[in-house]
Design a protein around this ligand. Structure first.
Ligand code: FMN
Length: 306
């Protein structure tokens, strides 16, 4: 059989393969260069950037759970200017499409400033709007919990950039389909889902939360069935491509997302356990296609039989 085709398109983005790394779990890629060939990834999504540097939340801010982990990093990052000066040069050299994740701290208008600055950098292949970070203290609700607020920010950003725009959605909602619809209506080229599930673990001896901030985000295998179901829900609601994530640990779990309707997948927590896992998944997807005599991975997208 011929070599199966695994390249995919997300807006104007052309990916050699559908496997990317999730925001916040791969740093700015340079951290992983000694452990794997980052050039082979489908795309790299950076840790979320804010305009100004952020120290993040107090320690401890991660802990293990039965089938995953909690984190409340609180968007620690060097801020856009230092990122551009110190982190972007390595990313550019990889030749892999770079997706920059951005978030506002106080006012949604900060998204416009971030996007305006990224817009003039040729090597920025796409921008991911992180409107779903559960770990910024003092925020009562997320933009991604409100269809009207989601529509408004995506529409405003859309007006100022022709770059591929991805909106990252939260699972902490009643209807993720409605939020995805708002993002699509406002001109988002794709949606990425899911961000972490709002959660808490308790140290029973201290009777305190295991994470200093109290509430944190759950990721890893525990959330995969939730994420797969949400991808299927969104696939049945919108026409724009979906980047699926949540507990992808191996080829089989990546396939679940693609069969549920994802055009691409992102590997998050698994990077901490096995930094080379994304490359193993790329190889595994090819093998699956050959074994099942499928010539193009796009035939699998949304191929779920119910
Ligand atoms: C330590 C850690 C840090 C994260 N930081 C970010 C972030 O900065 N921005 C973001 O959009 N998502 C962030 N996430 C969420 C992941 O990108 C992903 O949506 C989520 O963890 C689900 O995928 P997984 O189960 O494969 O990890 C973070 C997750 C973890 C575990």
């Amino acid at each position: 059989m011929m070599k199966p085709k695994i390249s995919v398109e997300i807006g104007k983005l052309k990916l050699n393969n559908p496997v990317m790394v999730a925001s916040g779990t791969f740093g700015y890629a340079e951290e992983f260069k000694d452990f794997m060939d980052v050039k082979k990834l489908g795309a790299i999504v950076t840790k979320t950037l804010t305009l100004k540097p952020r120290k993040g939340n107090p320690m401890p801010r991660t802990c293990e759970t039965a089938a995953g982990m909690l984190n409340s990093i609180g968007l620690e990052n060097p801020g856009l200017a230092i990122f551009i000066r110190e982190k972007l040069p390595f990313l550019k050299k990889t030749g892999v499409p770079i997706i920059i994740s951005v978030a506002s701290e106080e006012k949604p208008e900060e998204f416009l400033e971030l996007v305006a600055q990224l817009n003039i950098i040729e090597e920025v292949a796409a921008i991911e709007l992180n409107i779903s970070c559960p770990n910024i203290q003092g925020k009562e609700s997320l933009i991604a919990q409100d269809p009207a607020a989601t529509y408004k920010i995506v529409q405003e950003v859309r007006k100022i950039t022709g770059k591929t725009l991805i909106t990252k959605l939260s699972p902490n909602v009643t209807s993720i389909g409605d939020i995805a619809q708002a993002a699509e209506d406002a001109g988002s080229d794709a949606v990425a889902l899911i961000n972490t599930l709002s959660a808490m673990s308790i140290d029973v001896d201290k009777r305190r939360p295991k994470i200093a901030a109290g509430i944190a985000g759950l990721s890893g295998p525990a959330i995969r069935p939730v994420a797969v179901k949400m991808v299927w829900e969104v696939f049945n609601k919108v026409k724009i491509p979906i980047i699926g994530m949540g507990g992808i640990m191996d080829t089989a779990s990546a396939l679940e997302f693609i069969i549920a309707g994802a055009s691409a997948v992102s590997v998050g927590t698994a990077n901490f356990i096995n930094p080379g896992v994304s490359l193993e998944i790329i190889a595994g997807l090819k093998e699956y296609l050959v074994k099942n005599k499928i010539s193009d991975i796009r035939e699998l997208m949304g191929a779920l039989k119910i």
